[in-house]
Write a protein that binds this ligand. Structure first.
Ligand SMILES: Nc1ncnc2c1ncn2[C@@H]1O[C@H](COP(=O)(O)OP(=O)(O)O)[C@@H](O)[C@H]1O
Ligand SMILES: [Mg+2]
Length: 248
């Protein structure tokens, strides 16, 4: 059996991020990290430790003050805004705590939006959206508007939308932060299923240990630095402990 070297989907070297407005703050203070294709990395840390800043940099939503980020071997500092938006479109799916769905579009149209932007033809769009909605078990609610969905359903739409262009990477910023315990578990089981079955690379932020435990690797951020890294046994079964999380 040949030993296969895993591709590095992310490589970060000496990343710092300084915000100057409204006050000068060093949100990230020198991060070196590699993420291999197919990993499920959880980023854990207290509020203000730099987690969202870190994920925004991974997703090319913002640029580091210093250091270099390689995505799939591409040196992102060499890229202009157009090229960065193409990387975002083709390689990265983003899921947020607050779902960020378009209120005036129904479920089908929300998931279709990234495909419209990518100029995918109508027939292929329909086919792709229907497959995605079946994956997240929402096909029967395709005509609902976001206001007519539960929080868990909204997040399932957001996950389907994030995966519309079939990106290799899913980045999630506190995806269960606005959900009760049952919906948190359902969303994490869904993400884990997509990771297992579709070979996604997942980087997920949380401050909840039971959510972080879905990852194969847990990275603890504190005060803009990596405090420690813990390897975790890859799981194929559900984390039942998540049931104990308080609703909210
Ligand atoms: N756009 C921004 N402008 C200025 N300061 C910011 C901005 N985003 C985050 N910060 C600051 O950077 C630090 C890290 O924030 P953040 O990455 O959001 O942390 P976390 O997601 O871990 O709560 C905090 O002190 C926060 O106030
Ligand atoms: Mg945050």
């Amino acid at each position: 059996m040949s030993v296969q070297k895993l591709n590095k989907i992310f490589k970060l070297a000496g990343i710092t991020k300084e915000y100057v407005k409204p006050s000068s703050i060093q949100a990230l203070k020198g991060i070196d990290l590699e993420v291999s294709e197919g990993e499920f990395v959880s980023i854990i840390g207290p509020s203000g430790s730099g987690k969202s800043t870190f994920l925004h940099l991974l997703g090319c939503l913002d640029k580091p003050s210093k250091g270099e980020i390689y995505i799939d071997g591409i040196k992102t500092s060499d890229l202009g805004d157009n090229e960065l938006s193409i990387i975002r479109r083709d390689k990265i799916g983003f899921v947020f705590q607050a779902f960020n769905l378009a209120a005036t579009l129904n479920v089908f149209q929300n998931v279709e939006l990234p495909l419209l932007i990518s100029e995918v033809g109508a027939g292929e769009r329909r086919e792709r959206v229907e497959i995605l909605l079946k994956h997240v078990n929402l096909f029967d609610k395709k005509d609902h508007f976001p206001s007519q969905l539960s929080g868990g359903e909204k997040q399932r739409v957001a996950i389907a939308r994030a995966l519309a262009n079939n990106p290799p990477v899913l980045l999630a910023d506190e995806p269960t932060g606005n959900l009760d315990s049952k919906n948190s578990k359902d969303i994490m089981d869904l993400i884990r299923g997509l990771w297992l079955n579709q070979g996604l690379t997942v980087v997920l932020i949380t401050h909840e240990p039971v959510v972080a435990a879905y990852g194969t690797r847990m990275i603890y951020l504190r005060d803009g630095k990596v405090e420690k890294e813990v390897k975790n046994k890859p799981r194929t079964a559900s984390i039942d402990g998540i049931k104990e999380k308080k609703g909210g």
